[in-house]
Design a protein around this ligand. Structure first.
Ligand code: MN
Length: 231
C-alpha cells in the first residue's frame, strides 16, 4: 500500500474564534446573481441560476489584518475582481428544500472570484468552457470563515470592494437574485453537496481590471474583510 508520490495536503480555511479549521471539499460559484452585474455583462438579469466550479486548491487564504500578495496570473491582460459572499457548508445532501437549506450552513466568508476576463470573453464567443478564465491558481482569495451564529444581520449587509482606496463595487446581500437558501437548493439538485463545500454566490456590479501594484480591499459587513496587493 502507500502512495506513488506524496498526496496533496488538505485545503483548509481558518475559522474566526476557533482553533479548528474548515476543510474544503469543492468550490461552487454562481454566475450573474446580481441584476446590475448581469446587465453590465450584457444580460437581462432574469434567468435561472447557473454554476461553475473552481478547484479547491485555487483558494488563497487571506488572514485578517494582513496584506496578502495576489500573484498576477499568466496568459491574461485583463484580470478582473469580483467580490462575493462565500457560504461554507458543514452538512451536505441532495434535493435540499429551500426551507431546510440554511441548516446546512456553517458560516460565511468574503471571497474574490478573480477572472481572466479576456479569456472568458473568448470562451463565451467560441462556446468553450470557462476553466482557464476562472479556475487558475490563486483565483479564489477568501477571508477566515465567520460562524453563522456570530453574524447578527446578513440580509442587509453591505458588500463592497475598493482598489487603491477608490470604491469599485458596492451592494447589499439582499440584492442577490437567488438568495443563499435558494442557491443551496438549486445546487443540490445538480450535485450531491458535502461538508466542506464552499459557494461563491456571485458579484454585484462594478467589476473591473486590476494591475500589478494595486491594493484591493474587500468585505461583507459583519462577515469579514480582506486586503490584497496584486504582485
Ligand atoms: Mn463571480
Amino acid at each position: 500500500m502507500g502512495f506513488l508520490f506524496t498526496p496533496p495536503s488538505p485545503v483548509t480555511v481558518p475559522v474566526v474564534g476557533l482553533s479548528a479549521s474548515f476543510p474544503v471539499h469543492r468550490i461552487y460559484c454562481v454566475g450573474r446573481n446580481y441584476v446590475e452585474h448581469a446587465q453590465e455583462m450584457g444580460h437581462s438579469g432574469r434567468e435561472a441560476p447557473f454554476f461553475f466550479l473552481k478547484p479547491a486548491d485555487t483558494l488563497l487564504v487571506v488572514p485578517n489584518d494582513t496584506d496578502t500578495l495576489l500573484p498576477y496570473p499568466s496568459a491574461t491582460q485583463d484580470l478582473h475582481h469580483e467580490v462575493e459572499l462565500v457560504v461554507a457548508l458543514s452538512e451536505g445532501g441532495r434535493d435540499i428544500s429551500v426551507d431546510d437549506a440554511l441548516k446546512h450552513v456553517f458560516g460565511y466568508a468574503v471571497g474574490l472570484d478573480m477572472t481572466r476576463r479576456d479569456l472568458q470573453g473568448l470562451a463565451k464567443k467560441q462556446g468553450r468552457p470557462w476553466c482557464a478564465a476562472k479556475g487558475f491558481e490563486h483565483s479564489a482569495p477568501i477571508s477566515p470563515i465567520q460562524p453563522a451564529s456570530a453574524i447578527l444581520e446578513l440580509e442587509s449587509a453591505a458588500i463592497w470592494l475598493q482598489v487603491n482606496g477608490q470604491q469599485r463595487q458596492s451592494g447589499t446581500i439582499s440584492q442577490l437574485i437567488w438568495n443563499v437558501a435558494e442557491t443551496i437548493s438549486h445546487l443540490s439538485r445538480l450535485w450531491t453537496l458535502a461538508p466542506g463545500d464552499l459557494i461563491y454566490t456571485g458579484t454585484p456590479a462594478g467589476v473591473a481590471a486590476v494591475q500589478p501594484g494595486d491594493q484591493i480591499d474587500a468585505g461583507v459587513d459583519g462577515v469579514g474583510s480582506i486586503r490584497l496587493t496584486v504582485a
